[in-house]
Each structure stands twice: as structure tokens, then as C-alpha cells.
Ligand binder design. Structure first.
Ligand SMILES: Nc1nc2c(ncn2[C@@H]2O[C@H](COP(=O)(O)OP(=O)(O)O)[C@@H](O)[C@H]2O)c(=O)[nH]1
Ligand SMILES: [Mg+2]
Length: 375
């Protein structure tokens, strides 16, 4: 039997997207929960007290994508489903004057795939300052040092153990040596991301889930009217290469998130904020995680699916349904911009703009895919 997916994927069980768990952290009273609310559209309690809740807030952020929305319009889709990130708003993290990072907190942090680090750049007499004041750069330095010290402790403990083990089993020597190198690097107060490591070294580190290897987005939470240009330059010097700095006002974004889409656009555009900094931040996090979206379009549903960079067409098909991976024959593929330009999938097909790709094809960000399969 040869069937196509009718561009929506067969309904039924879907395989979960790769983990995209993002932890929000920062000193107390910097706007972590405000950012969480803005990202999720939820209303967790924001409060101006230093050590708030002990339980994290858990929510889902939609990865905004207007290409998907335009395509869904063209196809007359009944439903539009965006890609998502899972967010954890972690309980306040103590500063240098406090108790340091609790073991429980660090444990949660190690489970995260990426970090969103919130730095306070706003001034408000009603909200007590953090121990590092309201200078985002010194907060970033404090937090980076805390994360580095936490990794240093874990790595030096493991280095001792691995050295002993490798005395009785020589095959463990390379692992022990890699961990010792990382421990020495961390002991100098340098995050692991400050150096490039080989695949073998990274494999040796993996089960320690080092915090300073996690991709991070550094969010400067500024006053409504403030511009962050001055801060961004100084922060770029402090944060590890490859990390992104985003300046936004969590409070405005939180208000905007409560509005319906038309009012939200009006508010943000009125303030000269375009689509809002949240969209930028979420997309940056998504790509920092090495994730990309491909699309299925159709009258029932237009949907963004998440795969890791490097996924092949059958692996992508498997996200939609395991049968599509098992019975994969070929995929019809076109970039979504081409589909939009042509006026929809059928129009793109008539115009000869759709390619046929086989099992080896590596999916690209923004591909629209129809799987041909047989089971
Ligand atoms: N003025 C101002 N206040 C903010 C902003 N973001 C958060 N706040 C306030 O700061 C306090 C602490 O915010 P919250 O999100 O609970 O901080 P958290 O402890 O980091 O989770 C609350 O009273 C917020 O309303 C902002 O951008 N501007
Ligand atoms: Mg909070």
C-alpha cells in the first residue's frame, strides 16, 4: 500500500519532540517569574521578596513563527501548532552573601538543556536590589562564577575517583585525564564553554551534566524606557562565546502576553518593540539548543515539528508517526518561503517547486515535508 500523509501526518501517537527544557535562573528579585509569565502566558506570582517559593513554576513557551501562521492561512488549516520549549522558573538563587547555590537547586539545573539567565537592569525603589546591585554585568559575573565553582567541585571529586579507578583499569585512563583537564580549567575560575573540547572529552563529561557547558541566553531585564545598548557590549565580554544577550522589559512583555494578539501587537508596536523581544529570545534559545523546525501543512492542521540539527528525512518522519519512519520511501520537500511565495503547497507543486528526497536527506530549518511511505 502506498499512501501519503495528506500533509498532516496520520493522527495517533506522536513521538515526543527532543527535550527542550530551559531553566530560568538569576538572583532574587530580578524578574525571573515575570519573564516566565511573559513567555508562557501564565500568571505565576511575582513578588518583591528575596527568597520566594521553593517549588519551580513549570510551563510551555510557544516558539513564534509567522511563516507557519501565513502558511496555515493559505492552506485554510483548522488548527495551527507551533513548536514549544518547556520552561522551569527555578526558585531564587542566592547571591554571594547568601548560602550559595543549594544542592537541590543545582540538581534541577543540571537537568536543563539550556539556561535563560535573568539579570536585573531595572530600578524600582519598591523592589529590593539584588546583592550584586542593579548592574547586570556584575550579576552575570557572580552567576557565572557560582556555576563554575559548582562544576569545579563536581569535577575535582570525579577526577580523584577516576584517577583511582584508572590505576586498576588502564582503559579508563583517557576519561580520567579528560576529567582532570576540565577540573584544572574550572579551578582557574573558567567556565567549560570558554575552551573548546574534543568529542571524546565531551563524552567523558556528559554524565556530570556540567552547568558551564549548557548553552545560555542572558536576558537583561530593563526599565520600560531604557535601552540596553551600553550593557550589551560589556556583557558580551563577560559571557561565554556563542551565548546570546537579549535586552527586554519582562514587565511590559508580561502585560503584553495577557492581551489578545491584536492588542498585543498594538502595545508593542506603540512602544517601538516590534514583535517583542520574547520572540527573539525564544528563537535564539531554540537554535542554541541545536533544534530546528520543519513543517507539515494541510486543511486539518499546520504544524511545526522539532528535530535536532542533522536529522535525516526518515528521522523527521518518525516525529510525526513511527510508521512514517518505518515505511519511509521518499519525502516531498520545499522550503516554506518557496511555498509561501507560490501561494500554497498545491501551487508550489504545480509550479514544479517541490523536490523528491530520499533516506539520506538531511532536513533543513524551514522545510515543508510530505512523507510517502508504505507499511
Ligand atoms: N519596574 C520593574 N519591575 C519589575 C520588572 N520585572 C519585574 N519587576 C518586579 O520585580 C519584582 C520581582 O519580580 P519577580 O518576577 O517575582 O522576580 P524573581 O524573584 O526574579 O522571580 C516584582 O514586584 C515585579 O513586578 C521590570 O521590568 N520593571
Ligand atoms: Mg520568582
Amino acid at each position: 500500500m502506498l499512501v501519503t500523509t495528506d500533509r498532516v501526518g496520520k493522527s495517533g501517537a506522536t513521538i515526543p519532540a527532543p527535550m527542550a527544557l530551559v531553566g530560568i535562573l538569576g538572583l532574587p528579585n530580578v524578574g525571573k517569574t515575570a519573564l516566565f509569565n511573559a513567555l508562557t502566558g501564565l500568571s505565576a506570582l511575582t513578588a518583591s521578596h528575596p527568597y520566594s517559593t521553593t517549588e519551580p513554576n513549570v510551563g510551555v513557551a510557544k516558539v513564534p513563527d509567522d511563516r507557519l501562521e501565513r502558511a496555515a492561512d493559505l492552506e485554510g488549516s483548522a488548527k495551527t501548532s507551533h513548536a514549544t520549549l518547556d520552561l522551569l522558573d527555578l526558585p531564587a538563587m542566592a547571591g554571594p552573601g547568601g548560602s550559595g547555590l543549594g544542592a537541590q537547586f543545582l540538581g534541577r539545573l543540571r537537568e536543563m538543556e539550556a539556561l535563560a539567565v535573568v539579570l536585573r537592569g531595572f530600578h524600582d525603589d519598591a523592589v529590593p536590589d539584588t546583592d550584586s546591585g542593579t548592574d547586570p554585568v556584575s550579576q552575570a559575573e557572580t552567576l557565572l562564577l557560582e556555576l563554575t565553582l559548582a562544576d569545579a567541585e563536581v569535577f575535582s571529586r570525579r577526577a580523584d575517583k577516576a584517577a583511582k579507578e584508572s590505576m586498576s583499569d588502564a582503559s579508563l585512563k583517557p576519561v580520567a585525564a579528560a576529567i582532570a583537564r576540565a577540573a584544572a580549567h574550572l579551578d582557574e575560575g573558567l567556565p567549560l564553554r570558554a575552551k573548546s573540547w574534543t568529542e571524546q572529552e565531551l563524552a567523558a563529561f556528559r554524565d556530570l551534566a556540567p552547568l558551564t557547558l549548557k548553552p545560555a541566553v542572558w536576558v537583561v531585564n530593563v526599565d520600560e524606557e531604557a535601552s540596553g545598548d551600553a550593557v550589551t557590549g560589556r556583557l558580551d565580554e563577560v559571557v561565554p562565546d556563542g551565548d546570546l544577550v537579549v535586552v527586554l522589559s519582562a514587565r511590559i512583555e508580561e502585560e503584553a502576553a495577557r492581551l489578545d494578539p491584536a492588542d498585543r501587537s498594538e502595545l508593542l508596536e506603540g512602544l517601538g518593540l516590534g514583535e517583542g523581544a520574547l520572540a527573539t529570545m525564544v528563537r535564539a534559545t531554540y537554535s542554541a539548543l541545536g533544534l530546528l523546525s520543519f513543517f507539515t501543512l494541510g486543511p486539518k492542521e499546520s504544524r511545526a515539528w522539532t528535530v535536532g540539527a542533522g536529522a535525516t528525512a526518515p528521522e523527521a518522519a518518525g516525529k510525526i508517526h513511527s510508521d512514517l519512519e518505518r515505511g519511509f520511501i521518499r519525502a516531498e520537500v520545499a522550503p516554506i518561503d518557496v511555498v509561501l511565495e507560490a501561494g500554497g503547497w498545491d501551487a508550489a507543486k504545480s509550479a514544479g517547486l517541490i523536490r523528491l528526497e530520499g533516506k539520506e536527506y538531511v532536513v533543513k530549518e524551514g522545510d515543508v515535508i510530505v512523507v510517502r511511505f508504505s507499511v
